[in-house]
Design a binder for this molecule. Sequence first.
Ligand SMILES: COc1ccc(/C=N/Nc2[nH]nc(C)c2C(=O)Nc2cccc(NC(C)=O)c2)cc1
Length: 268
Amino acid sequence: KPKKTWELNNFDIGRLLGRGKFGNVYLAREKESQFVVALKVLFKRQIGESNVEHQVRREIEIQSHLRHPHILRLYAYFHDDVRIYLILEYAPQGTLFNALQAQPLKRFDERQSATYIQALCSALLYLHERDIIHRDIKPENLLLGHKGVLKIADFGWSVHEPNSMRMTLCGTVDYLPPEMVQGKPHTKNVDLWSLGVLCFELLVGHAPFYSKVYDETYKKILKVDYKLPEHISKAAAHLISKLLVLNPQHRLPLDQVMVHPWILAHTQ
Ligand SMILES: COc1ccc(/C=N/Nc2[nH]nc(C)c2C(=O)Nc2cccc(NC(C)=O)c2)cc1
């Protein structure tokens, strides 16, 4: 049974783990149990000013009810006059974005990439079964737990399907599917596109539609204009080509991604 209410002095606060747009994430330890968590501190004023209260409420509502090995747990939350505190699972190995940068060639081999894609695929199946679209799958929002197990984090952009909400674009647009770039109604198939973008980025080291000028990125997304380097296997190229598809209905469904030859060949 979750404890009724938590408060800040239940925790010893440790080092800063990272800075977010609305506040910071700290390592923390619950005093009685010595249980280590990540404490995400959000400032009410900034949330109010950016008019994202509903998004924060939704992140809390959605993530607190999810239970899956590849989804970061939101154990509980509390607030004071100034801040909202999210008590989150601690993933010791940090973001996939950071792990990618730390690779000598800034990319992963096929086995590691397929392992991450398979984990993400099983988490997305779990979410889609509950009519939840994540909408913001990208290396910055994926964390690595003990033994490097992938965990989807940051449900700030997740919504219940179907949704045609015009989203204010912030952060990278590299992962946006054509239908969202055009502000059209979108479905859970947006996550299939992002899965394809991520698969490309893990294997290549940069996003498929990357450009310094983000109008260029938009154009390349809408034309599905990407080039795969020579070193990518035919099987990987095939999977990517079945996910980076303009028509959302024609993207390879998650259950077929799970048993794609490239996934089966590179995961035990
Ligand atoms: C700077 O090196 C780092 C190495 C590992 C971490 C681990 N973070 N682990 C987390 N567990 N649960 C949550 C939530 C987090 C988290 O938000 N981490 C986080 C947030 C923003 C930036 C980073 N930066 C990196 C490098 O991972 C990590 C954080 C920083």
